[in-house]
Design a protein around this ligand. Structure first.
Ligand code: NAD
Length: 297
């Protein structure tokens, strides 16, 4: 039987609508809109697309967006000065510096300069530490979005075997920590893992965050597994196609014959990331304004 398609797009739309309603209530209570500052350095085309769509999403959710576009050759000093100014700006609740930065800039130093209470991407060491020790903080948007989809689909994850493929700081590691927090038995697989297929075959929950097109094969999966595909890969353009098709890290068609539920690419995890960013920004705004956060945000 074909697996259920986990509709991240629909879930994300509902989350965005809920955040939009709560953001309107925030404006009434605080006397100002919640605000997200997005900093883009340079001309990277993919980053420009992301920043544009984040800007639109922020406005649609009844929040203010403050976009700061800096030249490719911006100095570290100038970028840090902007981050400091945004930290001090009362109209700004969340700060997002679009990565990757141009090679001459130090990502880690820039992230470290962001006020952890405005770090809605959850990349600051203080927030990574809070997640590691089980304290409330900002959690990176993509893994938190994956977790929302899993909780919605499976409810209680206690005792389930979860395998996360990929150990990046922005997806794999925080994903594993969230699953651990939810009492799953968690394995992190990565480029040096031996017998990856054998490891994945144990899993009730598979989260693939590698960046390799259709790497995870159907016969790696335990029948009935729930599969979350974070990967976004563009296949080379075929005949008659201007641009290649987008695919995930999982071989979707065959895998959906074995799994019980699976996220498609596109339309699965991707739309969750921006929805969670909006949610994190509103949480930051409530905290910043000293107001109680509404239930269920
Ligand atoms: P990354 O390159 O930082 O990390 C990839 C991880 O995969 C590494 O930890 C590496 O150990 C592991 N890996 C590499 N080759 C492997 C192999 N052969 N077998 C097992 N593991 C292997 O990537 P990332 O930033 O974590 O992103 C992963 C994927 O998720 C990319 O396709 C990216 O585009 C996508 N992504 C999607 C969203 C979204 O919004 N949907 C957000 C972030 C990342």
């Amino acid at each position: 039987m074909a697996a259920d398609r986990i509709d991240g797009k629909a879930f994300a739309e509902k989350l965005r609508a809920r955040v939009g309603e709560q953001a309107a209530k925030f404006e009434q209570a605080a006397g100002r809109k919640a605000g997200l500052a997005v900093v883009l350095v340079g001309e990277d085309p993919a980053s420009q697309v992301y920043v544009r769509s984040k800007g639109k999403a922020v406005l649609a959710a009844n929040m203010n967006g403050f976009e700061h576009r800096l030249a490719e050759d911006t100095s570290q000093e100038d970028l840090l000065a902007l981050v400091e100014a945004l930290n001090a700006d009362d109209a700004v609740d969340g700060i997002l510096v679009q990565l990757p930065l141009p090679a001459h800039l130090d990502d880690q130093a820039v992230i470290a300069a962001i006020d952890p209470d405005k770090d809605v991407d959850g990349f600051h060491i203080a927030n990574a530490g809070r997640l590691a020790v089980g304290q409330t903080g900002f959690v990176p948007c993509t893994p938190l979005g994956c977790m929302m989809l899993l909780a919605d689909r499976l409810g209680d994850l206690s005792g389930m075997e979860a395998v996360v493929i990929g150990r990046s700081n922005i997806v794999g590691k925080p994903m594993a920590q969230l699953l651990l927090d939810a009492n799953a038995t968690v394995t992190i697989a990565h480029s040096r893992t031996k017998d990856l297929a054998g490891v994945v075959r144990r899993a009730d929950i598979v989260v693939a965050a590698v960046g390799r097109a259709e790497m995870v094969k159907a016969d790696w999966l335990k029948p009935g597994a729930t599969v979350i595909d974070v990967g976004i890969n563009r296949l080379p353009a075929g005949e008659g196609e201007e641009r290649g098709r987008l695919v995930g890290d999982v071989d979707y068609g065959p895998a959906s014959e074995v799994a019980s539920a699976i996220t498609p690419v596109p339309g699965g995890v991707g739309p969750m990331t921006i929805a969670v960013l909006l949610r994190n920004t509103l949480v930051a705004a409530y905290n910043h304004a000293g107001l109680d956060q509404p239930e269920g945000l």
